[in-house]
Design a protein around this ligand. Structure first.
Ligand code: 5CU
Length: 388
């Protein structure tokens, strides 16, 4: 009997359906899509850190192009399926890429979310009719966070009716004030009750001033390598300090980029909590209460999963140490980080994918049971991928 092909599941992989690209093409503030005479592909400009280069390019046709090329990798389902085949990925859990629907006016967010979520459902349902047999697609839905709470709750209910939905993707701003906002609790309860895990993903980074006056010389490195992970770390630390995990114990979060820097900084967070006079006094007055405050370490092992998009075995080992090998799930971040320069073309193997595969193999042993859990087994279990 031939050995069965191991299941490789990509839980961090994005797309923009056509409706979303139309929205961005009609905008003149970020996020937006713009064409430039010197570029064959339109440019996708998403991040605050890309504003200075957008302004320069609009003034000066010879200036470097802002943002990233909007290639078919962002929008085309056949392109996604062939990327999966090229990297032996059997199942992908798609999500809308940042900044999701955060920028929509309240009155438009609900109907647009329904449309986008239906579009993802139909992509997943139709994938079997494409040319790569055996590939499966699921998705994380997008809630209309700028809409009134009843509309957001209705969207959560809608997502529970879509057979390929396995959770939601969420940015760090929540309803506008962050994820420690008490107004978000009913929504987190609804997600937990519906068994929809939250895939937490950064977008806003840190304020541009942090990167200094020479930031343009460093391209996208500082906002993406450092701003994104710090944003995630801060958002989860705020949830932890506000007691959100204790208030919604059935909530399950999947943290992008292996939890930002949380596995590395959890000890420091704990120590700062233990040495804060006000928090220590509050903890002492709660001593009689039945439930003691759980530590960040406990939350990491009880309510949090981490993706394995960390590009090195050092970071991956820290993530495994913090959350457990049964809580990490492979991802690619496709279509971001395509090959550039001498790395080959975007139809070949992607260096960014190879780095994440190698990190798992180096940290846990190529072909080991633990590596198999991270590459697919955990996602199949956690996200119920055997259920159609
Ligand atoms: O390259 C980038 O800007 C990004 C982004 O915006 N979102 C993401 O998920 N990865 C990379």
């Amino acid at each position: 009997n031939p050995t069965p092909t191991p299941e490789i599941v990509d839980i961090h992989t994005h797309m923009y359906p056509p409706e979303y690209i139309s929205l961005l093409s009609a905008r003149d503030t970020i996020p937006l899509v713009r064409t430039f005479p010197s570029s064959p592909d339109p440019r996708l400009i998403l991040l605050e850190a890309e504003l200075p280069s957008l302004e320069r390019a609009l003034r000066d046709p010879a200036a470097p192009l802002p943002g990233r090329p909007l290639t078919k990798h962002f929008t085309s389902l056949p392109q996604k399926l062939s990327f999966m085949a090229r990297h032996n990925i059997t199942t992908s859990v798609l999500s809308l890429a940042n900044p999701w629907l955060d920028f929509l006016p309240a009155s438009e967010a609900g109907p647009i979310a329904s449309q986008i979520n239906a579009s993802f459902e139909s992509m997943c349902a139709s994938s079997s009719s494409h040319s790569h047999p055996g590939q499966k697609l699921f998705f994380f839905g997008t809630p209309p966070l700028s809409a009134p709470a009843p509309t957001i709750l209705a969207s959560v209910t809608h997502l529970t009716t879509l057979p390929h939905c396995r959770g939601i993707i969420l940015g760090t701003t929540g309803l506008g004030s962050g994820l420690d906002d008490p107004a978000l609790l009913p929504i987190l309860h609804a997600l937990a009750d519906s068994h929809l895990p939250v895939f937490l993903h950064p977008h806003y980074g840190l304020p541009n001033a942090v990167w200094g006056p020479r930031s343009a010389e460093y391209g996208h490195v500082l906002p993406l390598a450092l701003g994104f992970p710090m944003e995630t770390t801060i958002a989860v630390a705020r949830m932890f300090l506000a007691g959100v995990f204790d208030a919604v114990p059935a909530l399950r979060m999947v943290l992008a980029h292996s939890g930002g820097t949380l596995p590395f900084l959890a000890g420091r967070v704990e120590s700062c909590v233990a040495h804060d006079e006000a928090l220590a006094a509050a903890a002492a007055s709660e001593k009689g209460e039945k439930r003691r405050r759980r530590t960040v370490w406990e939350v990491l092992r009880e309510q949090v999963y981490l993706d394995a998009v960390v590009y090195s075995e050092v970071g991956l080992r820290a993530a495994v140490e913090a959350s457990g090998v049964d809580r990490l799930m492979f991802g690619t971040d496709h279509p971001f980080f395509p090959p550039v320069g001498g790395q080959g073309d975007s139809e070949g193997e992607w260096e960014s994918v190879r780095l994440n595969v190698e990190a798992v193999e180096r940290a846990l042993g190529k072909g080991s049971e633990e590596a198999g859990m991270i590459m697919g087994g955990n996602a199949v279990r956690v996200l119920r991928l055997f259920e159609e």
